[in-house]
Ligand binder design. Structure first.
Ligand code: NAD
Length: 541
């Protein structure tokens, strides 16, 4: 509608009237270049998290449909792998442009299915981040002023357009007389992706563009909770000139996941999601001889030194803990206040109180609902566990009511203090707008706590002392470290380098590592002796 509000009645090309219901639209499969209605008898309802109304249904693809998708990927592979790298690059160049032109439409769909604010949804499309550092810190007034826009738009599709440099092999001439050694980077074949609900656009875009620009074809299984954005992204890819069969999309849950893990024609699997699913997919996919990269859960700590810039630090903590309702794998969900920094706690609470909780499509909303009623219940249970185990609830978002959205899965910003490492609310990834706060006397104690936690996705230190920052970055055993930057997700020319329990596999997502994951090397040793040639050109005098 004109006021920018997302109507739950929105009818989009990727939904169609369903034979199974007269009122609820269905999400299509994308097989061999066609958006097709599934013949499945198993469907999953998709809810608007702000209202819990059913807005659509997604099929659990049948075995025949999944087989058809693989046949299509396999058939398209030889010609696509043989298409010149410049032509593949051209498809991606058109694609990044079309994504920008359709940003608003994709963002509205994400808000409808996932619940996040429209500003966050636009960030999801561009990268899942608005801008490193400041905008998360300037959560609230300044972020609203920016309209959530990221002026840099630095994201993975644009990076995939650098394939002409990234895919270069290596050469070593004259290793012995008349002999040269060189290597090519070649695609693997059919690759597959399994995505989570929290970044419906960004995470599929970490996967198929990188794989396809290298010459692979791709089978994508989006999260069954938020399948719409992937279908729209597939339509835009088709409009960019990607040939039929280069991308296929199936929907479903366990059966689709098992199909991907077991199918002999799939050479590599990219997974992002929870540890429970990730460990399972890593083991099952690896057992079938596939490459698997699995980005998983997190518990990210922000260490606050007493010499930090207080204003910036508190703003950044609030933005990074509660933004996107805490449903980010890089949410800064644990604060460690060192020494005198503990005195800043009341101010932290005041700032968190000012955040506006509302449906994601409402103007001024800072955070939206959680994905499901079950997710809300789980988050509330974890907050309860804090009280039972002796922590203090300084700000309690459990009872929040959002006017006009009484059935939504809302939890307001919550701050739990006096938390100890043995408490459940510290050990579990909460994945909601909850900040748990620990206190230590020294930086060394803080480092020990972070390094004893099994996860290694991200961490940040807030300080004005370079030596302190350097010591932390050097000693902390976490794969992505921010220095006065709360959510240190690397730009796509680097790679996403979560570590320890946050990652399984040995080659990371995007950047040079992403190209490595989706390619294999062929190394050629060649000898051309002049005396063997049947025709030699006359010597030039
Ligand atoms: P999830 O694991 O429930 O779902 C992810 C995918 O796996 C979905 O496509 C789902 O259909 C499938 N799946 C779910 N359970 C399964 C099972 N038991 N067996 C096989 N397949 C299964 O994750 P989610 O709730 O959608 O996403 C939230 C999680 O993802 C959080 O833990 C978050 O930290 C993590 N995450 C990590 C990153 C990262 O880069 N490290 C990024 C985003 C999200």
């Amino acid at each position: 509608s004109d006021d920018g509000r997302v109507s739950s009645k929105v009818k989009s090309p990727w939904y169609s009237a369903s034979p199974y219901s007269s009122s609820v639209p269905t999400v299509k499969l994308f097989i061999d270049g066609k958006f097709v209605e599934s013949k499945s008898d198993k469907w999953i309802d998709i809810h608007n998290p702000a209202t819990n109304e059913v807005i659509g249904r997604v099929p659990q693809a049948t075995k025949a449909e999944m087989d058809a998708a693989i046949v299509s990927c396999k058939r398209a592979f030889p010609a696509w792998a043989d298409t010149s790298v410049l032509s593949r690059q051209q498809v991606l160049l058109r694609y990044q442009q079309l994504i920008k032109e359709n940003l608003k439409e994709i963002a509205k769909l994400i808000t409808l299915e996932q619940g996040k604010t429209l500003a966050d949804a636009e960030g999801d499309v561009f990268r899942g981040l608005r801008k490193l550092g400041a905008p998360y810190g300037t959560f609230g007034k300044e972020q609203r002023k920016m309209g959530g826009k990221d002026p840099r738009m630095g994201e993975v599709v644009e990076h995939a357009c650098s394939v002409t440099s990234l895919m270069m092999g290596e050469t070593m001439p004259s290793i012995t007389k008349d002999m040269d050694l060189y290597s090519y980077r070649l695609p693997l074949g059919v690759c597959a992706g399994i995505a989570p609900f929290n970044f419906p656009a960004m995470i599929p875009l970490w996967m198929f563009p990188m794989a396809m620009v290298c010459g692979n074809t791709f089978l994508m299984k989006p999260s069954e909770r938020v399948p719409g954005a992937t279908i729209l992204l597939a339509k835009l890819l088709q409009d960019s000139g990607a040939p039929d069969g280069t991308l296929n999309i199936i929907h479903g849950q366990h059966e689709a996941v098992n199909f991907i893990c077991d199918h002999p024609d799939i050479k590599a699997i990219s997974f992002v999601g929870s540890n429970q699913a990730g460990e399972y997919i890593f083991e099952r996919g690896s057992r079938h001889g596939k490459r698997v990269q699995a980005n998983m859960g997190a518990k990210n700590h922000g260490v606050v030194m007493p010499d930090a810039n207080k204003e910036n630090t508190l703003n950044q903590l609030v933005g990074a803990a509660f933004g996107a309702a805490g449903q980010r794998c890089m949410a800064l969900s644990t604060a460690i206040l060192v020494g005198e920094a503990r005195k800043w706690l009341p101010e932290l609470v005041e700032r968190a109180k000012n955040l506006r909780v509302n449906a994601g499509d409402q103007p001024g909303a800072d955070l939206g609902p959680l994905i499901t009623p079950q997710a809300k219940e789980r988050v509330c249970d974890l907050i309860d566990s804090g009280t039972k185990e002796g922590a203090s609830i300084l700000l309690d978002g459990r009872k929040i009511k959002v006017k006009g959205y009484e059935n939504g899965n809302f939890v307001g910003p919550t701050i739990i203090s006096n938390v100890k490492p043995n408490m459940t609310c510290y050990k579990e990834e909460i994945f909601g707008p909850v900040l748990v706060v620990l206190e230590t006397e020294t930086l060394d104690e803080a480092i020990q706590i972070v390094n004893n936690n099994p996860y290694g996705n991200g961490t940040a230190i807030f300080t004005t002392n370079g030596a302190t920052a350097r010591k932390y970055a050097h000693l902390v055993d976490v794969g992505q470290v921010g220095v006065n930057v709360p959510i240190p997700v690397p730009l796509p020319m680097f790679s996403f380098t979560g570590s320890r329990s946050s990652f399984r596999g040995d080659t990371n997502f995007y950047g040079k590592q992403g190209i490595q994951f989706y390619t294999q090397l062929k190394t050629i040793t060649s000898q051309w002796k002049e005396e063997d040639a049947t025709f030699s050109s006359p010597a030039v005098v």
